[in-house]
Ligand binder design. Structure first.
Ligand code: UDP
Length: 246
């Protein structure tokens, strides 16, 4: 079941259902990609039809931001819950650990993916870390060849949006991976460079506020976010929202 929010078709799943679906994708012997849009993605996709098509072409579209969940509510088609990319990624690591599968980490500043990998292996010793590469490269094809040579099952692509989604849609099926996930700043979190909000803030839907407190320079980016809610309200008032569809 898909729920449309400002032109993007979201999967309406709980975290557990998303993990179950992700495990199925990881078991299938072909390429899949997962996107985790937040409100910034929705605004960018309005102006960028290629980005919108790439998001809607994903095998799973998970609502990462509380702003997406609020927008869905305003539109009268509430989603079951927020499924943060980092939580889905953690569930996929646990699944890969059981399968003794291969992980490749692509993205972030030099050194971050290696440190993230080191920490992930401490927690999931069954995983084979088959490669890492930083996210500041010019030659997309050369990086693709490196990833493909490493033969990953699971690939985290952390280049920021829309670069990571476009990279997955363009090159993903040539990597030989079964599952790629676009995860923004998650490698910084796995590496221990950026802290997630304490659970209490997360439960209150205030993870964005905690992040702003820690990184005040994000105010410019975040100031645009209420616009998503205003747009959702406008669409609802116009009666133009078609809501969920199978
Ligand atoms: N990044 C990258 N290559 C680029 C631009 C960004 O690897 O050309 C990385 C950046 O270092 C960070 C992540 O992409 O680790 C995205 O961070 P951002 O804050 O944009 O994502 P969010 O945390 O909002 O998902």
């Amino acid at each position: 079941m898909k729920t449309e929010i400002l032109g993007i078709q979201f999967d309406d799943l709980t975290r557990q259902e998303a993990a179950q679906r992700g495990a199925e994708l990881l078991a299938e012997d072909r390429f899949h990609y997962v996107v985790t849009p937040n409100p910034e993605f929705l605004l960018a996709a309005e102006r960028d039809p290629e980005f919108r098509a790439v998001l809607n072409g994903a095998d799973l579209v998970l609502p990462d931001g509380i702003g997406v969940v609020y927008s869905a509510k305003i539109l009268g088609t509430p989603l079951k819950e927020r499924v943060p990319g980092i939580e889905f990624a953690t569930d996929m690591l646990a699944c890969l650990n059981e399968r003794k599968g291969r992980l490749y980490l692509l993205g972030a500043k030099p050194g971050v993916a290696q440190e993230a990998g080191r920490r992930i292996l401490e927690q999931y010793p069954g995983i084979v870390l088959c490669g890492t590469h930083d996210g500041y490269f010019k030659d997309e094809e050369a990086v693709l060849l490196e990833v493909a040579a490493a033969q990953p099952d699971l690939l985290f692509v952390c280049l920021g949006a829309p670069k990571q989604e476009k990279w997955m849609a363009r090159w993903g099926r040539h990597t030989g991976a079964r599952l790629a996930i676009g995860l923004g700043g998650c490698l910084d979190v796995f590496a221990g460079n950026v802290e997630r909000a304490p659970e209490r803030w997360q439960k209150l839907g205030l993870e964005w506020a905690y992040r702003l407190k820690k990184e005040p320079r994000r105010i410019g980016r975040m100031a645009k976010l209420p616009l998503v809610l205003v747009k959702a309200a406008g669409e609802r008032a116009k009666g133009g929202h078609k809501g969920g569809k199978d």
